[in-house]
Design a protein around this ligand. Sequence first.
Ligand code: PMT
Length: 402
Amino acid sequence: MTDPSRKKVLLGLTGGIAAYKAAELVRRLTERGIEVQVVMTEAACGFITPATLQALSGNPVFTDMWDTRVASGMAHIELSRGTDAIVVAPATADFIAKLVHGLADDLLSTLALARECPLLVAPAMNRQMWDHPATQRNIAQIKRDGVIVLGPASGDQACGEVGMGRMIEAEEIAEAVSAFLAPKLLAGARVLITAGPTFEPIDAVRGITNRSSGKMGYAVARAALEAGAEVTLISGPVSLPAPAGAKVTQVETAAQMFEAVKRHVARTDIYIGVAAVADYRVDKPRQHKIKKTVEPQLQLKLVPNPDILGWVAARPKPPFCAGFAAESRNLDAYADQKRRRKNVQLMVANLAQQAIGADDNEVTLLDDAGTHRLERAPKEVVARQIIAHIAKLYGAKRRKAK
Ligand code: PMT
């Protein structure tokens, strides 16, 4: 049975070389739990086969207005009903011109004209076609008509030229679509998030760190952005792309993370500590590399780092505070002790050995009302559930304060 809450997108392909990226786009959308129905123009079928997109989307692909697989015989109407958005990627200059004039001479352009849902387009064309005044006029007009335009980007083009007009990457389109479809549970809220590990230097080249990859924290930042929040992300050293739309500050040590949090906290409604902050740092890190020939035995003196989350929660007017606890045993008990000790509204508990560095996570949410277990799922999915829970608690806190 299909899940009625599952978002549905009609993905339209028009005839451009960027159509090959649509295979990746279908994957990226379905990974985010979005159901994809593909519709292709005749020209698009010259670049990629319907069979490929059918296999990836798990749904039959439609190319023809007169397709008899639609019971009513009204494919041009039926296919977009119950759809949350039509996304056309790639959208050629010709297709965009058709939108401007309301032309409906094939299945995709007719669906676009007869739609009741939002339309998003990702233009893809040669730089001269993009720069042409006619295209620029058309783009301005479709924006006025309420169409959302994603990209294009600048760079190498299939024709060998370099410039503006290439379609943005599948991942960027998927991210924009999923953000567009997400309920805006945190609209207007200012969210400060820490993510990743910290690195505490021993000498000029060595240091103490942990295995946090930043995946959970970055997923939480993306979920908060999707929910309409203004997001500031303070990140330890990770190799992940910055979430589009977040203000990112890169730090290395716990002390630097603390300073960055102090700078932003006054403008924060919700603080989420996902970072695996080192509890200790080396007392006096050496400026130069320690030579083992000089010091065959080495003793390091470690001193405690400040508790950033505890400090934020103890402010006179603290924001809503959520922390994460990675434990290797007694998960619920230790996490709840931490929640009470740090005086935060929510603690997200996960098993360190399963969560750290992994793509999936299984968490328990601990708050005043008790414990709520979330099933193991990709960190993206878990992050959205955490943000939905935070939005609920934050909304209740605000109502109480009024
Ligand atoms: O980055 P990934 O590979 O995706 O892994 C994600 C994760 C396992 C690191 C993440 O889900 C997680 O659990 N983060 C918290 C790690 C942890 O054990 O924190 P803690 O128990 O040391 O601290 C509890 C809370 O206090 C955390 O919110 C932490 O950010 C905060 N803290 C801790 C120490 C300190 N000096 N300052 C803090 O603010």
